[in-house]
Ligand binder design. Structure first.
Ligand code: PLP
Length: 365
């Protein structure tokens, strides 16, 4: 990365090769040139997401797909179970509620993971049409045990919707092995492309369910999207520049090696956590479930050692040195800051940034 180096949690640094893809001349989205772009991108996404399910392309951010799930997958007399352990889990529940759906939120304290046994128990106690999970809770830097939760969800007759917004591309997500009915993410996180496009995979089971649900509207209607997708098109004008960018970005992931990329994310996040603790900070979430795409840093105990510590001043100082860190989110906004390592962040970038952070905190002694 060139300076200022972004350790953000999305949008993240976009490398030059990907940026260049966006400067192409435009063409009609009802042309063969477009259909080829669409079809190629869909094939690459299937490989990345490890799925044979349909892939739908949305001209929206990820929240558009969250809303689409609320509009398409639940009938008025049905219930949804939203697993939550942070801001985005709560948000998903709120989106269903704002769409008039009947929601039960199964929450854990922020920083603790959703656990398979609790999910199994909740699904046994009542009938739900849909269960939602946030794979990587970006507000707390926590990665839920997707595989283990998917094993218990499979025992129940329920659609499994998984938000992989800040994990897809940076962690191993095997959509078909986990039996995920709708798996979604946005362009601006680990795929390191500019924002405003979102992708989901959708199973036949979820598509069939959408056919039975009334009042799905137009823009986020899975049935309408699927019909166009069959022609390698979208019902509305697609984000052509972002599609070129994402296509390139997936090529780069496979050039580096998909597994190598996820290993790199894992190793870098572990390195960040170790160094952060050496400096004296705390890891906010339960470290057994620490995310591999970002680190959420707490400073409650750190402040005892460095009473003058001010997170805003620290971030400003780091910015002057050419490193942009992310602020805390939601109700832990003032208690934490975050260090993203999504996409193109390399070990050397992280080492340089952490050396500077070590220097910067000395001013608060
Ligand atoms: C886990 C998670 N889910 C959903 C969203 C919402 O994404 P967007 O703001 O791109 O709609 C975010 C955004 O950061 C996120 O981190």
């Amino acid at each position: 990365m060139e300076k200022p180096k972004l350790f953000a949690v999305g949008p993240v640094y976009v490398n030059e090769k990907v940026r260049n893809e966006m400067s192409r001349q435009m063409f009609s989205h009802r042309s063969n040139t477009y259909r080829e772009l669409h079809s190629n991108l869909v094939q690459k996404l299937k490989k990345l997401m490890k799925t044979n399910n349909e892939i739908l392309i949305f001209t929206s951010s990820s929240s558009g797909i969250m809303e689409a799930c609320a509009r398409n997958l639940v009938k008025d007399n049905e219930k949804v179970l939203c697993l939550s352990c942070g801001a985005f889990g709560e948000r998903f529940g709120e989106i269903f509620e704002l769409n008039g759906k009947n929601v039960k939120i199964l929450s854990r304290e922020w920083g603790k993971a959703n656990l398979p046994d609790e999910v199994d128990k909740a699904l046994s106690e009542d009938n739900y049409a849909v269960v939602t999970l946030i794979h990587n809770e970006t507000s707390t830097g926590l990665m839920n045990p997707l595989k283990e939760i998917s094993d218990v969800v499979k025992k129940h007759n329920v659609l499994f919707v998984v938000d992989c917004v800040s994990s897809m591309g940076g962690a191993d997500v095997d959509v078909d092995a986990c039996g995920i009915d709708v798996c979604f993410f946005g362009s601006q996180k680990c795929l390191a492309t500019p924002p405003s496009m979102a992708i989901c995979s959708i199973s036949n089971r979820a598509l069939s369910k959408a056919k039975e649900v009334k009042n799905k509207g137009f823009y986020l209607n899975f049935e309408i999207l699927k019909k166009s997708n069959d022609k390698n098109e979208t019902p509305v004008t697609p984000p052509i520049p972002q599609m070129f960018a994402m296509s390139k970005s997936i090529d780069l992931i496979f050039e580096e090696g998909h597994e190598n990329v996820t290993e790199r994310h894992k190793n870098i996040s572990k390195f960040v956590r170790d160094k952060i603790k050496q400096i004296g900070f705390e890891i906010f979430p339960d470290e057994n479930f620490a995310s591999q795409t970002l680190t959420c840093v707490g400073f409650e105990n750190f402040k005892k050692q460095y009473p003058k510590f001010d997170v805003k001043i620290m971030k400003e100082e780091m910015k002057k040195r050419g490193f942009i860190l992310a602020e805390g989110y939601g109700k832990i906004k003032d208690k934490t800051f975050r260090i993203g390592n999504m996409g193109n962040v390399m070990m050397d970038d992280v080492k340089e940034m952490l050396d500077n952070l070590k220097e910067v905190v000395k001013m608060f002694k």
